[in-house]
Design a protein around this ligand. Structure first.
Ligand code: HGY
Ligand code: MN
Ligand code: MN
Length: 415
């Protein structure tokens, strides 16, 4: 790194904001959110736009076999491991303008700022877009970063299939993002991710920056209960083997489990589907997605055991077949002390109020931290809302988070 004093370096808040708003036009929903689910045409359009911007910024771009995009700005010594800033462009079906996108475009903004100032870093710097972080269209979440870090095999990642029967591989091919590069981790100097998704914590504390020390544990399951389809009119209630009759008791008991372990336990049933899904046929099958979270993995596993017992008992009473299939087991993780310190140093040097915190949401950094020194940076979002079309963040907070990202990356890229 030329011995330039970078302490006064700042990103361009206007350019970051306009890039975010231009990206938000892709997959825009009537209620002001974004629907750019992984590997859809909208995701392709967003990826194409990001690639064009990275090309214009003079980056060398590579795409791997999971569609992860790496936009690299050379450092003085190409042999040195890169410092990356990554996140995701895919959204929830009723997602917002900032979840994930902010982290990807903030990485690009760092590169644009280094270009503006003709700053040479020792280590290369990369902006990264990970595939299918949300796990909304293809389960599980954090799939692209999970394959890259070795958590999942490439075959597992490629064969994940959505409700419509499409596989990740087919959709990568269809949108032209089955890249040539091997999806495999490489040594990194450091990895950072800036994000809005931390609930109401920072807003309630009146603080600008979250210095993220780790991420809580996540368990994803599919609960499948099978009974006997029959006529809604001719079949007496007492002879039915109706999976919904068991389900409503099971859900009530599981909400009680969440209450027993409050305030830190989280249990969510985001998708409840009956088959054949006809109003006048008692369902044959009901499938429920279950998302369990807690700061300690042992607690998630304990809640999972309770769920298995409840399902076994309630299904047995009604002669139904009940099954709990695990989809994701993401343990609580702690980030790297040097990276955490770099984030805290940057926030302090820039004069931003800050606190250390643990992430309630999962992020690609969970898996990246398996193979590289990692930390995250949080900024407040309005009402703590994300995974909602009303998701909103203030321009000055987006600017603050990106400035912290810039200086944390410089601290790690200079050495
Ligand atoms: O589910 C999560 O925590 C993240 O938003 N994908
Ligand atoms: Mn996210
Ligand atoms: Mn999210």
């Amino acid at each position: 790194m030329t011995s330039v004093n970078t302490s006064n370096l700042r990103i361009s808040a206007d350019r970051l904001w306009s890039s975010l708003m231009e990206m938000a036009e892709i997959g825009k929903t009537a209620r002001g959110g974004c629907n750019r689910q992984a590997l859809t045409d909208e995701d392709k359009q967003g990826r194409d736009l990001f690639m064009a911007w990275c090309d214009a910024a003079g980056c060398d771009i590579s795409v791997d076999t999971m569609g992860n995009i790496f936009a690299r700005r050379s450092g003085r010594d190409a042999a040195l491991p890169a410092v990356i800033a990554g996140s995701h462009l895919d959204t929830q079906p009723t997602g917002g303008k900032f979840d994930g996108v902010y982290g990807v475009l903030a990485g690009l903004e760092v590169i644009r700022t280094l270009n503006d100032n003709k700053l040479e870093t020792e280590h290369p710097v990369e902006a990264v877009c990970w595939t299918n972080e949300e796990g909304a269209r293809f389960s599980p979440a954090m799939l692209g970063s999970g394959v890259w870090s070795g958590e999942f095999s490439l075959g597992y990642g490629h064969n994940r299939t959505n409700k419509e029967g499409q596989t990740v591989l087919q959709e990568l091919q269809r949108i032209g993002y089955l890249g040539p590069a091997e999806c495999r981790s490489k040594p990194l100097r450091a990895a950072f991710e800036v994000h809005i998704e931390q609930g109401p914590i920072l807003e309630n504390a009146g603080l600008q920056i979250g210095v993220v020390g780790g991420v809580q544990a996540i368990g994803w399951y599919d609960l499948v209960i099978e009974g006997m389809p029959c006529h809604a009119g001719t079949t007496p209630m007492e002879v039915r083997r109706d999976p919904v009759m068991a389900l409503y008791v099971i859900l009530d008991k599981l909400y009680q489990v969440a209450d027993d372990f409050k305030p830190r336990a989280r249990i969510t049933f985001g998708d409840i589907r009956t088959e054949p899904g006809s109003r006048n046929t008692v369902p044959e099958r009901v499938t429920v997605t279950v998302d369990m979270r807690h700061p300690e993995r042992t607690q998630v596993k304990y809640m999972e055991q309770l769920m298995r017992e409840i399902v076994r008992n309630e299904c047995g009473k009604l002669r139904l077949a009940g099954e709990v299939r695990e989809e994701l087991d993401s343990p609580a993780i702690s980030f790297n002390d040097d990276c955490i310190r770099a984030v805290r140093n940057a926030a302090g040097a820039l004069g931003y109020s800050n606190m250390q915190m643990v992430s309630g949401a999962g992020h690609d950094s969970v898996y990246v931290s398996r193979v590289a020194p990692t930390s995250m940076i949080f900024i407040p979002c309005e009402g703590g809302l994300s995974h909602n079309e009303a998701e909103n963040a203030r321009k000055e907070d987006l600017e603050a988070g990106c400035n912290v990202l810039l200086h944390a990356m410089l601290e790690m890229a200079a050495q």
